[in-house]
Design a protein around this ligand. Structure first.
Ligand code: NAP
Length: 251
């Protein structure tokens, strides 16, 4: 079934967000590529338009309410009512709890949780008006706890409760909300983790792959494919779920 909706993907200048934006556009949606730096969105926008799709780039810090309001209004103005929202923007500020600063905590909770809250609050009105919507939030296998990530795992566990509540509140308007929880995905984020723990990215990938049942690490396209299903019209009876996409069982 073709999907011809307007989608917003945050943190879509690179990594999982960029792959998701490309995939949603390939599925027929017009896509707003949101990221901190508008110029950095251009690569993803160019990929989409070169493939025959429709996209715009919008600069926004998702943790700032006024910027979020303006960005979502601009998307509605330039592309139409956004009814697909992928809350993907993310950062890490890893440290063991005794070294973690208040800034490390606030920055991570601010982008992931506050950012998802602000984006969803700004976009949900369009969805309820259209009586149709798909919200997909990025959680993580780290929601189950991960050394050095007290802030990040709290944020990613929080994303799951946030998602389930959205599913309960917005279901009657034809809006579904689901969380995708990736395991190890090969992006700049996992490259930064390798650097922090002092191993080469190549060794980090090899070591991680050896512990994953499908014997490889994930690629951004693995996550984009799962998000594309949840964003599709035919996924309308799937809501409030957390789908681990980690190459093996997690719950
Ligand atoms: P990434 O390559 O680091 O990309 C994240 C993007 O988010 C960057 O373009 C970044 O912009 C943008 N961003 C950061 N803060 C922002 C803000 N305040 N407002 C708007 N955009 C902002 O990360 P990724 O690996 O693709 O991860 C994407 C999502 O998946 C994140 O939520 C992450 O937590 C989650 N995830 C990733 C993995 C993994 O293994 N990679 C596993 C589980 C979950 P800048 O470049 O300007 O900083």
């Amino acid at each position: 079934m073709p999907n011809t909706h307007v989608a917003i993907v945050t943190g879509a200048a690179r990594g999982i967000g960029a792959a998701t934006a490309r995939r949603l556009a390939a599925d027929g949606n017009a896509v707003a590529v949101l990221d901190l730096d508008e110029a950095a969105c251009q690569g993803t926008v160019d990929d989409i338009t070169a493939a025959g799709g429709k996209a715009i780039g919008v600069g926004v810090d998702v943790s700032k309410g006024d910027q979020v309001e303006a960005a979502v209004a601009r998307v509605a103005d330039e592309l139409g009512a956004p009814v697909i929202l992928v809350n993907n923007a993310g950062i890490i500020r890893d440290n063991l709890i005794f070294k973690m600063t208040e800034d490390d905590w606030d920055a991570v909770l601010g982008v992931h949780l506050r950012g998802a809250f602000l984006m969803t609050k700004a976009a949900q009105g369009y969805m309820t008006q259209e009586k149709y919507g798909r919200i997909i939030n990025l959680s993580s296998s780290s929601a189950q706890g991960n050394r050095g990530q007290a802030n990040y795992s709290a944020a990613k566990a929080g994303m799951q409760g946030f998602t389930k509540t959205l599913a309960i509140e917005l279901g009657k308007f034809g809006v579904t909300a689901n969380a995708v929880a990736p395991g190890f995905i090969q992006t700049d984020m996992t490259a930064a983790t390798a650097e922090r723990i002092g191993v080469s990215f190549e060794d980090f990938i090899k070591h991680s792959a050896a512990q994953i049942p499908v014997a490889r690490v994930g690629q951004p396209e693995d996550i984009a494919a799962t998000i594309a299903f949840l964003a599709s019209e035919e996924a309308g009876f799937v809501s409030g779920q957390v789908i681990y996409v980690a190459g093996g069982p997690l719950d």
